[in-house]
Write a protein that binds this ligand. Sequence first.
Ligand SMILES: NC(=O)c1ccc[n+]([C@@H]2O[C@H](COP(=O)([O-])OP(=O)(O)OC[C@H]3O[C@@H](n4cnc5c(N)ncnc54)[C@H](OP(=O)(O)O)[C@@H]3O)[C@@H](O)[C@H]2O)c1
Length: 303
Amino acid sequence: MAKVIAVFGATGLQGGGVANALLEDSDFKVRVVTRSASSDKAKALQERGAEVVEASFDDPGSLERALQGAHGTFVMTQYAIERPDFYQLEIKQGKAVADAAKAAGVQHVVFSSLDAVQKTMGFPCLLYDSKAHVEEYMKSIGLPVTIVKYPLYYESYLSLRLVKKLKDETYKIGYAIEGAAIHGVSVTDMGFALREIFKNKDEWLGRTVGFSGDKLTIQQHADILSKHLAPNLFKPTKMTVDEFSNLPFQGAKHFGDMFKFWRLGNPDHDAELTRQLYPGTRSFDQWVQDNKGALLSAMANKM
Ligand SMILES: NC(=O)c1ccc[n+]([C@@H]2O[C@H](COP(=O)([O-])OP(=O)(O)OC[C@H]3O[C@@H](n4cnc5c(N)ncnc54)[C@H](OP(=O)(O)O)[C@@H]3O)[C@@H](O)[C@H]2O)c1
């Protein structure tokens, strides 16, 4: 009988990749967990055969109902960077999902975590530390977990967030990590990696995999984007972490802390293990080639 997997964030990027891959496999029945069953994305998933249930991280009762009868669950959490208490809130929400999974007797929880920066580096990165905290809690209450860690998604380039369009119609990539190489991956590809983890629960329980398609500098990202889209179209910023942290937008400091970790730390990602899980994991070069049309239309719409 097909196993029910409740997918949090299925209407978003990470969970969307997971739902997509599971929907293609008759071993699984996908349960989409969303705050709004009537959204276009939820309805599209329902049309592809998913069950859709409404629940919110902020409503523990709804989480327990959403997880009733599920064999497994993919859990991601989202930061509400506009709120001053976003760090505490993400921890509270993650713990609420953990408690609900425990109460519902879910047999395999795959949690999307990130490195414990404060603990290992001695400086905070609240966007990461919140998830590491939830991971620790999940383990402390004895949940049957597998930990996955996503690096920068290639799909981030489709929203061109932190990418500035200049007056001369070229683009500056705003990641303040000049010289440092960072891991990246496609969330679509990692949906298939996640499917392998759910298929091989006994092999993966208690383990961690940090996903990676490749490790490149932002100059290399810019060169690859320019190669496929137009010569010299993209350039990396030369901004320092401190300059970035002082930019006048909500959360700049926390993204600055993340760049500091990317520069100074050694984020836990492994391209070899990722390809063992899913041999179809693409490099950034391959992904840009496959997404040329979508990138061009994102650029055309960028103000
Ligand atoms: N961007 C990157 O490169 C990157 C890399 C690694 C990790 N991350 C992490 O990824 C996380 C974001 O994931 P994403 O990019 O997949 O997000 P996303 O595309 O913005 O989607 C967010 C998802 O979260 C769900 N959600 C939000 N609030 C909820 C709530 N209160 N209750 C239930 N569901 C809720 C939304 O579902 P509904 O709206 O349908 O309810 C939606 O499906 C962040 O924590 C970030 O730190 C990002």
